[in-house]
Write a protein that binds this ligand. Structure first.
Ligand SMILES: [Mg+2]
Length: 284
């Protein structure tokens, strides 16, 4: 774990990204994902059709990434219908897609240390949030969170499929702060920490509105010239980090000791430029 010095302001909430942060990075075989849909649409040309559906999903991700506008499963189906010249909607949504989401979910896991880490944060009186860039509906994500004992540990859960934009657009982070606030008063950005694996979507987005940001580096995602407030390699490393920030906020501002409490001192984090880049994914 490395940390950069952050002036002491109390930390009341921790907001997590999903894929690559609370859940292992998804290296989903999209061709397999769409094959079931294709077989329902045209079993005689299923392989060709599945490849086309994969391309359509990649096209939608490229579009939404460029504009930061969110996309939904409905958007994907509409685009597939237009590109393929087939009525994809009913076949995919009512039959293949939902069935396949169930099958896909079997292979999706969460970090085995997530429950303990989120429980420990809540025991400290902190609120916990989740913000995911995803095309999939809330129900899909929440059945996985419920299955793995996480849903009751996350107070605020936002999915870009229900928002107008995706991370790193500021409105997404502001929506999380509003949901974590009291009444009409949003939580102050400086009192919230965002934890994510994408330097641009997560770290630059959160810091852009004044949140602290902790990077869980992921070599499979694009890097970026941003400097997180800290880096972690496992979720439990958050606990001493946040304890240190909370202690430093309780001390006079002239006392600039290690924000990590028991660690050897702050280490400035440089720009994050992991090698390689990921293909369009399913949830970040
Ligand atoms: Mg992610």
């Amino acid at each position: 774990m490395s940390t950069a010095v952050v002036d002491g302001v109390g930390v009341d909430a921790v907001v997590f990204d999903w894929g690559g942060t609370l859940a292992p990075h998804l290296d989903i075989d999209l061709l397999e994902l769409w094959r079931a849909a294709a077989e329902r649409l045209d079993p005689f040309h299923a392989e060709e059709l599945a490849a086309q559906l994969v391309a359509v999903e990649a096209e939608l991700w490229a579009r939404t990434t460029a504009t930061q506008e969110s996309g939904t499963l409905d958007d994907l189906i509409a685009l597939a219908t237009a590109r393929l010249g087939l009525d994809v909607a009913e076949a995919v949504r009512a039959e293949a897609a939902l069935d396949h989401l169930d099958a896909w979910g079997v292979h999706l896991t969460h970090d085995p240390e997530a429950v303990a880490t989120l429980t420990a944060l809540r025991e400290r009186g902190m609120a916990v949030g989740l913000v995911s860039n995803t095309h999939w509906p809330r129900a899909f994500h929440e059945q996985l969170l419920e299955r793995d004992g996480l849903i009751g540990l996350i107070d605020v859960r936002l999915y870009s499929s229900e928002l107008t934009h995706m991370k790193p657009h500021p409105s997404v982070f502001q929506a999380a702060l509003a949901a974590l606030g009291t009444g009409a008063q949003p939580l102050a950005a400086g009192r919230a920490v965002f934890v994510g694996d994408r330097p641009l979507d997560d770290i630059a987005g959160a810091k852009g509105i004044g949140m602290r940001a902790v990077l869980r580096p992921n070599p499979a995602v694009p890097g970026g010239p941003v400097e997180p407030d800290a880096c972690i390699t496992s979720l439990p490393e958050l606990l001493p980090l946040i304890d240190g920030w909370r202690r430093s906020s309780a001390r006079p501002r002239t006392s600039r000791r290690s924000p990590t409490g028991g660690h050897s001192g702050p280490v400035a984090s440089g720009p994050i430029t992991p090698p390689g880049s990921a293909p369009p994914g399913s949830a970040g």
